[in-house]
Design a protein around this ligand. Structure first.
Ligand code: F1P
Length: 310
């Protein structure tokens, strides 16, 4: 079994642990999330949830802070910066951490790697070393870190539910003719757009596929022209009539559509939890299976390394 497959299959265990390790947020404080790649997508997703709960928050990729040199603009707006890096060593994130500390912002580091630069250099570190991953692509650790970062806004232990959602994902994906599919689209709003961005990244990284992500109704305004009978659209749905009508329309163009949501093909979400960390499970399994169907090694994707060091 590949490391990637093991790491996806152990998400239930990871969520059991993260349910006890929630990151706290203080009302009245303004948060800035920083990361690269999947870690940036984590920040994007969590920032959206915080804003919905009236905790002012924004997100930047570490690269954008360096390349546009906008730290002076960000600093007065920020009380607490949360720097996310699975490996704790992405150069861009480490450099931004250094700059933020020098400018007097309180920093929280979030990582799976003990003794890493993120642990050593942040004011406070949250270490998820039990979610350490061998594989290059971030898979199970994404769900685990998301669960912890959602803090009080994801209060339920999702461990049991993770087993059911992964099983449902496996069943639904097993029915697809994966060899035929060569275009993968991920749709969702707000936090679900963050998960859709991550979905697109997973299919690129693991399976080297052509991808897209967008807000659901925005997809009508141009992007839908690229759909073919070889497209798969995964909708991170909130179950509105608008989204349901869009699903109907996209199926009409011959695309495969999978709906993830309370009344979806893969049921996620309950009355007391959005279960956001579980919504990434179908995406992880899809990326992994598509890679396998192409004869690719999902543990060692082309051109990628575990940490981008520059
Ligand atoms: C960030 C990241 C990964 C990506 C790739 C390169 O790493 O962009 O998301 O899969 O392998 O690095 P990190 O800062 O979270 O360790």
């Amino acid at each position: 079994m590949s490391a990637t497959e093991r790491e996806i299959n152990r998400v239930s265990d990871l969520l059991n642990q993260t349910s006890q390790m929630k990151i706290p947020y203080e009302k009245g404080k303004r948060y800035l999330f920083i990361g690269c790649g999947s870690s940036y997508n984590l920040g994007y997703t969590v920032s959206s949830v915080l804003n919905r709960h009236r905790i002012p928050s924004f997100v930047r990729s570490a690269g954008s802070v360096l390349a546009t040199n906008n730290l002076p603009d960000l600093n007065p707006e920020t009380d607490v910066a949360v720097l996310i890096s699975r490996t704790g060593e992405s150069t861009e994130t480490v450099l931004v951490l250094d700059r933020l500390r020098k400018s007097g912002v309180y920093t929280i580091g979030v990582t799976c790697q003990k003794d890493s630069s993120i642990v050593k250099n942040s004011d406070r570190a949250f270490l998820f070393d039990f979610a350490y991953e061998e594989s290059v692509v971030m898979t199970g650790s994404f769900a685990a870190i998301l669960d912890a970062l959602l803090g009080p806004f994801q209060p339920v232990n999702l461990s049991e539910r993770a087993i059911a959602v992964l099983e449902a994902s496996k069943r639904v994906i097993a029915r697809l003719d994966l060899k035929r599919l060569n275009h993968f689209v991920f749709l969702g709003y707000d936090a679900l757009l963050g998960l859709s961005k991550e979905g697109a990244l997973k299919l690129q990284e693991m399976a080297l596929e052509s991808v897209d992500y967008n807000e659901p109704l925005e997809y009508r305004h141009g992007p839908k022209s690229t759909l073919t009978a070889s497209s798969l659209v995964l909708v991170q749905s909130q179950g509105t009539d608008y989204e349901n009508a869009l699903v109907h329309e996209l199926k009409g163009y011959g695309a495969e559509v999978i709906v993830v949501g309370k009344e979806g093909d893969i049921v996620v979400g309950s009355s007391n939890s959005d279960e956001l960390p579980l919504r990434i499970l179908p995406v992880l399994w899809l990326g992994y299976q598509k890679a396998i169907s192409k004869g690719l090694n999902p543990d060692q994707p082309k051109n990628l390394s575990k940490t981008v060091v520059i």
